[in-house]
Design a protein around this ligand. Structure first.
Ligand code: AMP
Length: 368
């Protein structure tokens, strides 16, 4: 993943695939024009790299000329093709190979070919490293195509986004799947786990419950579990360093996720900041903190009830439950301010039927 200006791009076409395409196109051009002393007409700026690769593989005599055209404004191709550097060479009876980086709508090609109509050119073929068939609106034949691609906006290998990215040796595409990342918040017993398992199905998100991951590790007697156990049994927070490392590993395990529900994380400002960094590296961010609000006494009763069947030590003892709620208000609830400052905090009434509460959450999420 790379960032150019304000946008994120993900790896799309790797160097060996590009190389293979260039070899193939160069072979075709050699076969067709090897003994014709062609003029390679390179369309700047994007085609400079492809042109250099193709022309350096050309075996016969040839000449190289340049025209500079532009039809992109940011990531959008526009109908207006502007000639910034015109061609000032006699093409009469010459064989011309136009070298393009990408043929998109075809406006540039149309404009070019129209301008060559009266030049007396003997033959004019078009070579393009990339071709977007779904966006092509013209009939002109593109004789040599390195690769057909979808309608994604791409950068690298000569192609740019507002001037940047031309130096990249591989091709990246604009990251399109904006992730939904929810921080599900609320005191112990608020119903975060219950709601998370419903929402993850509905929104196709990956649910990460730090409490569950710790409990899994305790059950399997891992190093992490041994470390976390002493804190958890007392209802205290596991140290940030350990928790952040664990969370980061869980996120990495799900590289292709459409988004996450973080349940029980972050619980401290340091964790919230670490989460921001982690998501920023993935080109995304926290979409919202959704907090289930439930009265303390209701929480205590719910957890004592759960403790009868959950087997959780920290649910069995009323004092530990009260300590966990206290930890929530003392250490964790400051995060409300952290997300409020970013306009990302949404409080939701956590008392009622499970369905009712899900509906309230849905109302918030659907507006994100
Ligand atoms: P939970 O299942 O979310 O109620 O978490 C149970 C226990 O796991 C907590 O009381 C903490 O000891 C520990 N824990 C879970 N998440 C975190 C976190 N983000 N930071 C520190 N400790 C955590």
């Amino acid at each position: 993943m790379i960032k150019l200006h304000e946008l994120y791009f993900e790896k799309y076409i790797h160097a060996p695939v590009i190389e293979e395409a260039i070899d193939r196109v160069a072979g075709q051009i050699n076969a067709e024009f090897g003994d014709k002393n062609p003029i390679f007409l390179v369309i700047l700026n994007g085609a400079f790299k492809f042109a250099s690769d193709v022309i350096s593989r050309f075996k016969g005599d040839c000449e190289v000329e340049f025209m500079k055209l532009s039809s992109y404004d940011g990531t959008e191709t526009t109908g207006n093709v502007v000639v910034q550097l015109p061609l000032e060479v006699d093409l009469e009876d010459r064989h011309v190979v136009i070298i393009e980086d990408v043929v998109d709508s075809g406006n540039t090609i149309e404009m070019l070919l129209t301008s060559l109509v009266h030049s007396g050119v003997a033959r004019c073929h078009i070579a393009s490293l990339f071709f977007k068939p779904k966006s092509y609106t013209k009939e002109y034949k593109i004789h040599y195509v390195g690769m057909e691609i979808e309608n994604d906006f791409i950068v690298g290998y000569g192609l740019d986004y507002n001037g940047l990215g031309r130096n990249l040796n591989e091709v990246y595409k604009l990251k399109s799947n904006i992730m939904t990342n929810l921080v599900l918040f609320g005191p112990p017993g608020a119903g975060k786990g219950t709601q998370a398992s419903i929402l993850k199905e509905e929104y196709n998100l990956v649910h990460i419950s730090t409490g569950d991951v710790f409990r899994y590790n305790i059950k399997n007697a891992t190093e992490l579990g041994t470390l976390a156990k002493s804190y958890m049994d007392k209802g205290q927070l596991v140290p940030d360093e350990v928790t952040i490392k664990m969370l980061s590993a869980e996120v990495d395990k799900n590289a292709d996720a459409k988004g996450f529900i973080f349940d029980g994380f972050p619980r401290t400002t340091a964790q919230a900041e670490a989460l921001d960094v982690l998501l920023e590296e993935k080109g995304t961010q926290v979409s919202a903190m959704v907090a289930l609000e439930v009265d303390d006494e209701v929480l205590v009763q719910r957890l004592l009830e759960r403790g009868k069947t959950s087997g959780r030590k920290d649910d069995a003892n009323e004092q530990v439950i009260r300590d966990r709620i206290k930890v929530y208000y003392n250490e964790t609830s400051i995060l409300k301010g952290y997300y409020q400052e970013q306009d990302k905090y949404h409080g939701v009434d956590g008392i009622g039927d499970i369905d009712q509460i899900t509906a309230r959450l849905r109302q918030v999420i659907d507006k994100l």
